[in-house]
Design a binder for this molecule. Structure first.
Ligand code: SF4
Ligand code: FES
Length: 248
């Protein structure tokens, strides 16, 4: 495949960015989207030009680093995959592909396609943990019975990789899907009950402080989420928040 790439280039957070056109040739359908960008970058390096900066780490759908807006969609046109799992067979010879960073006030651009998602880390730090008694009276986790449906739902919520696609897909740049997944994975388990009240209040408060928008139930986040995190988590977080506010 020969492709035209229209890529957002931006020197740093303070500079103004712009779309720059590139041509890539000989792209195979079996290549991942990031491998296609590797081909471009190798050519740019050989020509003495600056390679395009983009975030990546595991390249197997686990770390959540590879966040790109591809033709206007977070992680591109495929469903339930991250950018690193997106294959070039999803595109056709001669296609023009727009590649931009995730856009949200709380995700400032670091350079080119890389954004700073430390706002997500701060939401996690606000309450994404549990207390464990390590005084010598530790209870074996397997000794605490957990309802199977709750365990399954908690596991599903815990598969959120913190990629930020939910924010990028949302017209309000809301982080409700991410935050609700992080609240739900504990709210559903007995181990998460000790801090339950403080957790939801602190995480929602941090989410607001970071400048994410409000949820208006559009549902774009669920559609674009590479891990299929359900909107039910948002409803659960709202219930948890109400409960905690009444207690507080
Ligand atoms: S909820 Fe989905 S889209 Fe949002 S950060 Fe988690 S994995 Fe990514
Ligand atoms: S590079 Fe880790 S999820 Fe894509």
């Amino acid at each position: 495949m020969n492709l035209t790439l229209k890529i957002w280039r931006q020197k740093d957070a303070a500079s103004k960015g712009a779309i720059v056109d590139y041509q890539v040739k000989g792209i195979e359908g079996d290549m991942s989207f990031l491998e296609m960008l590797d081909v471009l970058n190798e050519e740019l390096i050989v020509k003495g030009e600056e390679p395009v900066v983009f975030d990546h780490d595991c390249r197997e759908g686990i770390c959540g680093a590879c966040s790109l807006q591809i033709n206007g969609e977070p992680h591109g046109p495929d469903r339930l995959v991250t950018t690193c799992q997106l294959h070039m067979r999803k595109f056709n010879d001669g296609d023009t592909i727009y590649i931009e960073p995730f856009r949200a006030k709380a995700f400032p651009v670091v350079k080119d396609l890389m954004v700073d998602r430390s706002s997500f880390d701060r939401i996690q730090h606000a309450g994404g943990y549990i207390s464990v008694n390590t005084s010598g009276n530790t209870i074996d986790a397997n000794a605490i019975p957990v309802n199977k449906d709750d365990a399954d739902d908690a596991f599903a919520a815990a598969t959120c990789i913190g990629c930020g696609a939910c924010v990028a897909a949302c017209k309000n740049a809301s982080a409700m899907l991410f935050t609700s997944a992080k609240v739900s994975q504990f709210a559903l388990l007995p181990q998460g009950q000790i801090e339950a009240t403080d957790r939801v209040l602190a995480m929602v408060n941090q989410m607001d402080e970071e400048g994410f928008g409000n949820c208006t139930n559009t549902g774009a986040c669920e559609i674009e989420c590479p891990k299929g995190i359900s909107l039910e988590n948002i409803a659960r977080m709202n219930r948890e928040y109400l409960k905690a506010s009444l207690k507080g």
